[in-house]
Design a protein around this ligand. Structure first.
Ligand code: HEM
Ligand code: HEM
Length: 261
């Protein structure tokens, strides 16, 4: 996937979520704002109540999106048969997109009316979603291969040494000398070394990368252990949410809610 297509896919994900929130809010605001006891008299009740055509459909489609987004990622990450399909970090982006869109649909499915045990499932979903955002932040702090595999401390150090060497051999720049210098001052230094404007950009990028790597090396052990703790916190809520969802779906099927079927 080229950089352009990757960015385009992220933009499309973002727009789809935004449009979904916009359309559902615009269409249902007047209904969702009504007190529970007055909703029955609204013309939108038959459509938007959790068992209504749209409300119920949102529950089903939202749940499917969450389930596929979750198990798709887990299968790609953990099962050897799928290990060659696409790049892991793109799968994580798909996981985030599908679970976010699914959570939006489930939120509108509840019609902002939270009662009974199923509301525990809903709040677990909200916690998993919020902790996902925190996890994503930690995930980005850990250097990875292009594929998305975590790099070991040694691999990161080797990568830094490689950048060091490139700066030294190609441009005769010693990173340890310039690491505290601001770019404007650096420019002067480089100009005095007769480095062209085009090369200057490359040097600037190399130095920026090296600074980033240096910061990450300092924080690596901390971030890796945070990520382990994060997994421990993230999983139980995902599990609670899935169990309550299965009970909820079994109960509604038992009571004969069949949507369009
Ligand atoms: C994560 C997934 C889901 C969550 C968190 C969720 C949450 C809720 C909540 C909070 C309500 C309102 C309860 C109340 O009236 O106080 C509700 C109702 C309902 N849900 Fe879901 N739901 C989910 C998935 C589904 C799915 C997949 C279906 C269909 C197979 C479904 C069908 C229904 C129906 C038919 C009602 C109306 C029940 C009634 O009026 O008694 N839900 N759901
Ligand atoms: C709302 C529904 C969500 C559920 C049920 C869910 C569930 C999970 C589970 C069970 C895992 C562990 C997968 C594995 O290690 O095999 C996971 C991983 C992850 N999720 Fe989510 N997630 C949700 C939403 C999100 C969101 C909204 C984000 C970010 C904004 C996110 C970010 C992540 C990250 C960064 C990982 C770790 C990836 C890794 O270690 O390879 N998740 N999620």
């Amino acid at each position: 996937m080229t950089l352009f297509i990757h960015r385009l896919s992220l933009a499309v994900y973002f727009i789809i979520v935004l449009v979904a929130v916009g359309v559902l809010t615009y269409f249902g605001m007047s209904y969702y704002n009504l007190p529970i006891e007055e909703r029955y008299f609204s013309g939108l009740h038959e459509l938007l109540k959790p068992s209504g055509y749209i409300g119920h459909g949102l529950g089903i489609v939202g749940t499917l999106l969450i389930v596929v987004g979750l198990f798709g990622y887990m299968a790609r990450k953990r099962m050897k048969v799928f290990s060659r399909i696409g790049v892991l970090k793109y799968w994580l982006e798909l996981h985030i997109f599908m679970t976010t869109l699914g959570s939006v649909f489930v939120l509108y499915h509840t019609s902002f009316k939270f009662g009974g045990i199923v509301s525990v499932g809903f709040w677990s979903l909200a916690i998993v979603w919020a902790s996902g955002v925190i996890g994503r932040f930690i995930y980005l702090q850990i250097p990875r291969t292009i594929e998305g595999r975590e790099l070991s401390l040694q691999e990161v150090k080797d990568f830094k040494d490689e950048l060091d060497l490139r700066l030294k051999n190609k441009y005769d720049i010693d990173f340890s000398e310039i690491r505290t210098t601001k770019f404007s001052q650096l420019r002067l230094k480089l100009l005095s070394k007769n480095i062209s404007g085009k090369d200057y950009k490359k040097v600037k990028a190399l130095i920026r990368d090296e600074r980033k790597i240096e910061k990450r090396i300092k924080r690596l052990a901390f971030m890796q252990s945070m990520f382990k703790y994060w997994h421990v916190a993230h999983l139980p809520f995902a599990l609670i949410m899935l169990i309550i969802m299965i009970i909820h779906v079994s109960v509604v099927l038992f009571f004969g809610y069949k949507w369009i079927f």
